[in-house]
Design a binder for this molecule. Sequence first.
Ligand code: CA
Length: 474
Amino acid sequence: MILDSILSLFHQQFVKQRFAIMFTVLVLCIAVDTSITAIADSRPNVVLIISDDQGAGDYGFMGHPHIQTPHIDRLAKESLTFTRGFVPTSVCCPSLATIITGLYPHQHKITANDPPLPKVPDEKPKGGRGSSPELTTQWNAMLDEVPTLPRLLASRNYFSFQTGKWWQGDFSRGGFTHGMTEGSRHGDKGLTIGREGLQPIFDFIAESRKQEKPFFVWYAPFMPHSPHTPPERVLAKYANKTDSPHVARYWAMCEWFDETCGSLLNHLDQEKLSENTIVIYVTDNGWIQSPSTAGFAPKNKTTPFDAGHRTPIMVRWPGHVMPETSNSIASSIDIAPTLLSAVGIPIPKELRGVSLLDNKSLESRKYAFGEDYTIRSQTLEDPAANVLWRWVTDGRWRLIIPRTYEATGPLKSIPSDKFLRPDLEATLISAQPMLYDLQADPNEDRNIAGAYPEIVATLRQELDKHWAPKVVIP
Ligand SMILES: [Ca+2]
């Protein structure tokens, strides 16, 4: 009996202790969970504004004499604004892939706008983008192999919303939790954003707040990209400012796009979200409007020249980022590391950009690098087989190396691409380095490589250190 009583007492004590331990663990769990929630809730939201086909000078704050962009001008004034920004490639799809991954095209391998044509002509219906369904599927899946901003942000409780341009299948491919694009060539339903208002973004923001999630908005409208169809009320402002109706329409598109940015930024203000939202601005590639046609002039989009790659880059984060203009070189490869470090997510080791909020890194970086490719991919596996030119600039000097220069084997051959214009093909045939002094010759009219062999050699060395392509799969 006595033994039973003792055992019973021990048992009661044990149960009490066990309950006490469980209770303590439970309280700790709740405390930890609450603290995680508190951290998550305080994380800044992110709005990424990506203009589409806009010249770097085509804003009020960049000194354009006619184009009015009051809302983006205000953003520039409230931001750390880099007027010497670059994208590494001058075509939409690979440029957007760089923005979302923080990788150069030779790293993420999405080098072109469209997947390769099948080696054997395909009898099946086209799977989109003029290729086969199989190659298109493989093309889209290339984004699965690399880190993406939405996926990394989702690991920290973020909701993310894709709108506008999107080339890699439906929005979930990039890791977005919400989105508009269903998977056609470059954005389908997503392309209505901006042109038909911003309600889907406002609804997403409301949903994120309801569920107490920090949010990431990818605002990449099809603007000022063609079709240049501005509202008459905006076009009327520009019709008398130029002899070219094409130029007037492009200028009006820039203002119409600016209006949509104003709607987005005003919404953040009205919802009292501006203080805790990082806004980043960039263009996917440059544009010089042809005065005589609806298309673009030479030496910008799709080319290795400066105007195809220049963009202002802005970072606005009230209370954290001092508004000022910076002369440092910035690149769209910096956007991912900037955002990841700002929200406290470790930066994947393959990312080679720097945080734009890290002055030391910015000051120690001397060069921007880039690479331009065939518009139609030649092969999925090997970026080197697709490259046409590589370039490097220190802001003043700009060196462009055609793939054919001092090349042997497959690099010596020029890929067939119906989009490669004769003037650009000529640079590959001549196979000579092209050096320009951007201060004296901003339009890159005079190749002075022959007069400055030392500068060519120095820049070439830097370029080769960055990436020296070797075709491994001809
Ligand atoms: Ca574009």
